[in-house]
Design a protein around this ligand. Structure first.
Ligand code: NAD
Length: 372
């Protein structure tokens, strides 16, 4: 495969994660061409220049369209706030670039559909930043479920909680505005949904309650602004194969820092996992004498590929940014036309459809079938 030229739009939290991944993918995996960090775009020229130098990009601009027009850019990382994803990803695809776009696709379903249409029309690779499916531990949980290690799965509970919006006096910013979407559903629910999709397939029907713990927030320039979306949601779900599920998300959950707690119950056992302890999971198999039954804690190890590409010792652990490096390697596989484990725009759209169905169920106060 030829050396790919990388463009990066946005250099905040996720922009830095993408930059780290592009920088590290060759060192970690070895079997790829080292990507060339060609062009970086930020909201203003000063920040772009500073970040371009820090992240190691050759060119920096305050005009993301110049980056997309750059013939030396083959693949574009879109890491801007949600409301910019559609415009930027579509422009990149139309210019013949591959796209690695942060989740969710877009606040509006119509825009997300346009993104998928653009991807299909371009014939280029378009994937979303659903990094949690890349955890070697999560991959092994999928293997165990597939092998029937816990029998027939019948019930799933998943919670995603963080406390970055728990302070009622935290400033209003784009995540509290309607432009950022429904709130915790776009911000959080999509992540557990990507895990459920990865492990079991898509959600079929939902009923939802949503919560807005704080009606308004202070503005940085003074005064207060009404919060436009919901920081929490509780959802009952029906999945394919008769699996029942519960999804709870809360970004105002004091004490929770990066929790994605998954419990999978089957006819012969159960599996539990929490992203806050992403290098382990617990397996319960209902066998042997009752006197010794209990959960077994399994630590991430080189046997859980591709952990071995990072470190040869078991129990030492990977980190969040390593998931992005694995995601980057999977993207490169997709670009090379090889089988890859990514969330495509097509699967991402189905995840977004579930989120819109959840919001609809809240407003209609009843069960909603996702594909209606
Ligand atoms: P952020 O605010 O930290 O960063 C966004 C950056 O985009 C900022 O640096 C901003 O200046 C820049 N930007 C805004 N408008 C721009 C423009 N027109 N041109 C160029 N740059 C521009 O936000 P974030 O937390 O990094 O979130 C970005 C995206 O990543 C969101 O879609 C969010 O949902 C997603 N996200 C994903 C994960 C994950 O685990 N995959 C985690 C956090 C956020």
């Amino acid at each position: 495969m030829k050396q790919l030229g990388v463009g990066l739009i946005g250099t905040g939290y996720m922009g830095k994660c993408h930059a780290l991944a592009w920088n590290a993918v060759k060192t970690v995996f070895g079997d790829v061409e080292r990507p060339r960090l060609v062009h970086l775009a930020e909201a203003n020229a000063e920040l772009a220049a500073a970040r371009g130098a820090e992240f190691g990009f050759e060119k920096a601009t305050a005009d993301w369209r110049a980056l997309i027009a750059d013939p030396e850019v083959d693949v574009v990382s879109v890491t801007t706030p949600n409301q910019f994803h559609a415009e930027m990803a579509i422009a990149a695809l139309q210019a013949g670039k591959h796209v690695w776009c942060e989740k969710p696709m877009a606040p509006s379903y119509v825009d997300a559909e346009r993104m998928l249409e653009a991807a299909r029309a371009s014939g280029k690779v378009a994937v979303l930043g659903y990094n949690y499916i890349q955890n070697p531990v999560m991959r092994h949980i999928k293997v165990l479920v597939g092998e029937g290690a816990i029998g027939k799965v019948n019930h799933i509970r998943v919670e995603m909680d963080e406390d970055f919006m728990a302070d009622p006096e935290g400033f209003f910013y784009w995540k509290s505005a309607l432009a950022g979407g429904y709130g915790a559903l776009d911000d959080f629910a999509v992540h557990p949904l990507s895990l459920l999709w990865f492990l079991f397939g898509h959600v079929e029907a939902v009923v939802t309650d949503m919560v807005k713990p704080y009606p308004d927030r202070p503005l940085q320039q003074g005064g207060r602004k009404a919060v436009e979306n919901h920081d929490g949601a509780n959802v009952l779900m029906r999945l394919a194969g008769g699996i029942s599920g519960v999804l709870m998300v809360n970004r105002a959950a004091w004490g929770r820092k990066g929790r994605i707690a998954l419990q999978i119950f089957g006819s012969k056992g159960s599996i539990t996992y929490d992203q806050e302890r992403m290098n382990e999971f617990d397996l319960y198999q209902a066998e042997g004498r009752g006197t010794e039954q209990g959960y077994r804690k399994i630590l991430a190890a080189p046997a859980h590929a591709p952990y071995d590409r990072f470190i040869p010792a078991p129990g030492h652990g990977l980190g969040f940014n390593d998931l992005k490096i694995i995601e980057c390697r999977e993207l490169l596989r997709a670009i090379a036309g090889e089988p890859s484990s990514t969330v495509s725009f097509a699967d991402g759209l189905r995840i977004e459809k579930s989120v819109h169905a959840m919001a609809k169920a809240f407003h209609e106060r009843g069960w909603v079938t996702v594909d209606d």
